[in-house]
Design a protein around this ligand. Structure first.
Ligand code: ATP
Ligand code: MG
Length: 879
């Protein structure tokens, strides 16, 4: 066998299966579409589920892909084993009810022994215990020796996720270390030791399982295979692990330079270097597919990976942000397979910098909190740190457990792992509870999602809002049905429809479906998991029947308003790029009849000036009455014209391009106005941040915008009438009144202070003798801190010898002052101690010198009690 570059292996695999009649498809996004069972694409078959289940027609019955995958389940192995990354590429060939075992086994053998030329004596094959069929094919249709075939149990060689399609698999392994293997036990041991490496899994989906061990043979079984590209490259390049293959080694070496370490010198450092390599790859790929860091779901996976990488940077001695520097290395290595990385490099670098900074900040706060936890444990004589505390650090401050463990160890403490795991488990259960229940194959079990893949539902509503068609299928939540009668709700499919199904941020149309003897309200319109247009209806009169000809009528006024808002999102994107720069990309949008929301990449809040300019540009383009035209063209052609496309969207070969004059060109399947002039007026009503690096604009158009401006005007009118001034004078008038208020506040305070000092004599009536010392304690409210101190000082002078304690509430806060004459200090009087105990009664604290001290409190209701306890507190101090 000869050395092959990773890119050569990728290409050779895909073209080999092309030569076997497969359609080559591009990698799908890491973000699953319409699949609530998965956070991230973790295998080549995952984005193809609708083809396997038959809810969607595949473009061909044989497909081959190289799919980006993320497996966070393997995170603990990364850097430690030779064969696991959280990010990897999976090569695969798939049969949707087409070829089966008889074809795929000989092809796999042909590919690895004739194309890659792997030595046959180094290959092993495992099959499922009962799968004699596979055994016979391996032994009769390939020349592998029977002694190199092992049978393993369900755990290893049966693919099953709950109920649904499942089946046995056969895995192909390579004896990297060249160890002697005489039996299945020796084989398993060598595999666990990374001496023999699994690189290809061929899954024969031949059963439908009920999840309880009962299987029914499928009429049209499928094939799903997965070969780890990186693992194959370690074989073809004869290196120890997936971090040392050409494209990954480049990244690893670059990281070594950045952190100033040499690879291969120290095992512990090597693990950290490999972890950083892997995690930055994953994070870059996720950001490129439009995932943003957050505290839940995919965003949390991203954040965890990034923090783990940053933390290993710290282990290697890095103090400042450095991960962003690794991005260029990732882009360089992967740009051939994923050219979009080049375009997004700048954005990815920025996002990583922001996150890393944030982590560096929390890590310091976390350290302070951990110190407190440790002090508490030590002072209580404990040797164990509460597992819940460790979990809180992990969960809230992104403190990896091993970091906490390392630090507490220095103080002779250990983390209570049982409690930690319990807290972790509880968290997981909460997360699982939040996820919706679906089968692994992604299909909800409701009838509307089980409609036959061959059913056609055509959208013909770009230019009309009304047409006649035939009802082909109807369903309720429970079952398919031939009729829906008055009062019933359900789902209706028709051959053709003018109803737009919710997509690309645009809401679904509403309206009516009618026949001569039936009226039904269409309350929403969406695509089901198989992409069929589904009308959500409630019948209000008569009965709707399957097979019947019906009139479909979209609420035209609402549709028009939606169109205005949708076209406006295209125009606002262009305007934002003009004002802020080319880095602005749509990262989400929502359009309905009431307005629009547009999320985009940008790193700081917009100034008022910028918002105004965006508004002006959009409005002037509205007034320029541009024609809005749509053209269907080939995707490559569309890209050449410079049309904007979304981050993570997968387009078919022919795309629809929406042009607003020459001004904006964007790939879009939505409905639009015919001319920009129809929008009438555009008004931004808010600008805010949604996440780091993502801003949101909310805006109105047409009458919505006009009503908004009118209501503002009305508000102004009512303000001016309350202020009794002309509209134009409002600001001046308010400034005037604010000034007046300020003066009055000052006056009030001065008066209060005067009253307080005037009440000295009343206060003096409270003097008591405690063990021969004069103690004066009193409550004086509504006096500010300075005045309270002055008053206290005066009272101290008046009593000649003794201690004074004043407490008061002002502006909702409690404060205390205490002063004593010097002559009694030798008797044990200490204002600092007195005030501490007094303030504590109201839930506060403070202290100070023996002759003068101040404190704050919280609970005003306890103030009287605090003042009344002064005598007692003083008494305790006197010697
Ligand atoms: P292992 O048992 O080694 O973790 P697996 O059984 O989980 O692997 P499969 O689910 O069968 O792997 O995936 C198919 C192929 O994808 C594997 O044969 C392997 O080549 C590759 N693969 C799986 N997980 C990883 C990973 N974390 N990193 C790199 N390649 C992987
Ligand atoms: Mg496997």
């Amino acid at each position: 066998m000869n050395y092959m570059k990773t890119s050569e292996i990728r290409e050779s695999y895909l073209s080999f299966f092309e030569s076997k009649g497969h359609l080559r498809m591009k990698s799908f996004s890491l973000v699953p579409k319409n699949d609530k069972s998965l956070l991230l694409i973790n295998a080549g078959m995952a984005p193809l589920k609708p083809y396997f289940t038959g809810v969607e027609e595949p473009p061909r019955r044989r497909v081959t892909t190289c799919q980006k995958c993320i497996r966070t389940g393997d995170i603990e192995n990364v850097g430690k084993t030779s064969r696991h990354g959280t990010f990897f590429e999976m090569l695969g060939n798939f049969s949707f009810g087409d070829y089966f075992k008889n074809e795929v086994i000989p092809w796999a053998w042909e590919y690895i022994t004739e194309v890659l030329k792997l030595p046959k004596d180094k290959l092993f094959v495992t099959i499922y215990l009962d799968d004699d069929e596979a055994y016979d094919i391996w032994t009769s249709k390939t020349d592998i020796k029977p002694s190199q075939i092992f049978r393993l149990g369900k755990e290893d060689n049966f693919w099953e996720h709950g109920s649904g399609p499942c089946g046995p698999c056969t895995e192909i392994h390579y004896n990297k270390a060249g160890v002697k293997v005489n039996n299945v036990d020796e084989f398993v041991i060598a595999s666990d030791n990374d001496e023999i490496i699994e690189f290809w899994n061929l899954v024969f989906t031949q059963f439908d399982g009920d999840g309880e061990g009962n299987y029914e043979r499928l009429a049209n079984p499928n094939i799903d295979t997965g070969m780890g590209l990186e693992r194959m490259a370690t074989i073809m390049q004869n290196v120890d692990n997936i971090f040392e293959i050409d494209i990954v080694r480049n990244i690893l070496d670059g990281i070594c330079k950045i952190v100033g370490k040499e690879y291969g010198k120290n095992d512990k450092d090597d693990v950290s270097l490999r972890i950083i390599t892997d995690h930055v790859k994953s994070v870059s790929m996720m950001l490129c597919d439009g995932i943003q860091p957050s505290n839940e779901g995919r965003g949390y996976v991203l954040r965890r990976l990034l923090r783990r990488a940053a933390r290993h940077g710290r282990v290697l001695g890095m103090k400042d942000e450095f991960l962003y520097k690794v991005v260029d290395l990732v882009v360089e290595s992967y740009k051939e397979g994923y050219p979009e990385l080049v375009e997004k490099a700048d954005y990815i670098r920025k996002m990583i910098t922001i996150e890393e900074k944030k982590f560096n900040e929390t890590i310091d706060t976390g350290m302070d909190i951990l110190k407190d936890y440790m002090d508490k444990a030590v002072s209580e004589g404990k040797t164990i740190l509460d597992g819940k505390d460790a979990f809180k650090l992990y969960d809230t401050y992104g403190f990896p457990l091993e970091l906490t463990e390392e630090i507490v160890e220095e103080k002779g403490l250990k983390v209570d792992m049982e409690q930690f795991n319990k807290a972790m488990q509880e968290q997981r259960e909460r997360a699982r509870g939040a996820r919706e229940k679906t089968s692994y194959m992604g299909a909800d079990e409701v009838p509307m999602n089980k409609v036959d893949a061959s059913l056609s539902t055509v959208f013909d509503g770009y230019d009309k809002t009304e047409l006649t068609s035939i009802v082909t299928v109807m369903a309720t939540d429970e079952d398919f049905t031939k009729t829906l009668t008055a009062g019933q709700s359900g789902y209706v499919f028709t051959e053709v429809t003018p109803f737009y199904a919710e997509m690309g941020g645009q809401v679904g149309d509403t309206g009516m479906i009618i026949t001569d003897n039936c009226k039904a309200k269409v309350t929403n319109c969406k695509k089901n998991v198989g992409g069929k247009i589904t009308h959500f209806v409630t019948v209000t009169e008569g009965t709707l029947n399957e097979g019947e000809s019906v009139k479909l009528i979209v609420d035209e006024k609402r549709r028009k308003d939606i169109c205005k808002n949708h076209t406006a999102t295209h125009m606002v994107q262009e305007a934002l790029r003009e004002v802020l720069g080319e880095h602005v990309h749509q990262s989400g949008s929502y359009v309905d009849e009431n307005g629009m929301r547009f999320d985009f990449t940008h790193f700081s809040a917009l100034t008022e000036e910028e918002i105004k300019r965006v508004e002006e540009i959009v409005n002037s383009n509205i007034m320029d009455v541009y024609n809005v035209e749509t053209k269907v063209m080939n995707i490559e052609e569309a890209k050449k014209t410079g049309a904007m496309a979304l981050f993570d969207d997968k387009y078919s070969d022919d795309v629809r391009v929406v042009c607003v004059g020459d001004y904006s060109k964007e790939l879009c399947g939505g409905t639009h106005v015919k001319n920009s002039g129809e929008i009438g007026l555009f008004k931004i009503i808010s600008e805010s941040g949604v996440a780091a690096g993502v801003r949101r604009i909310e805006a109105l158009t047409g009458f919505g915008a006009m009503n908004f401006v009118n209501s503002k005007e009305k508000e102004l009118k009512s303000i001016s009438s309350s202020l009794r001034c002309a509209d134009g004078d409002i600001v001046k008038k308010i400034e005037q009144q604010l000034n007046e208020l300020k003066m009055k506040d000052k006056e009030i305070l001065e008066l209060k202070n005067k009253i307080a000092s005037g009440s000295e004599n009343d206060i003096l009536n409270n003097i008591k003798e405690v063990e021969g010392i004069k103690v004066l304690a009193a409550r004086v409210d509504d006096v500010d801190g300075n005045a309270l101190r002055d008053l206290c000082d005066k009272l101290r002078n008046k009593i000649g010898s003794g201690v004074v304690v004043l407490g008061g509430a002002a502006h909702g806060k409690v404060s205390f002052v205490s002063m004593a004459t010097k002559d009694i200090l030798s008797k044990g009087i200490h204002c600092g101690k007195i005030i501490k105990d007094v303030a504590a009664i109201t839930g506060g604290g403070g202290g100070g010198r023996p002759d003068m001290a101040q404190a704050g409190g919280k609970d005003i209701a306890k103030l009287d009690e605090a003042v009344s306890k002064v005598d007692e507190i003083v008494k305790k101090l006197i010697k």
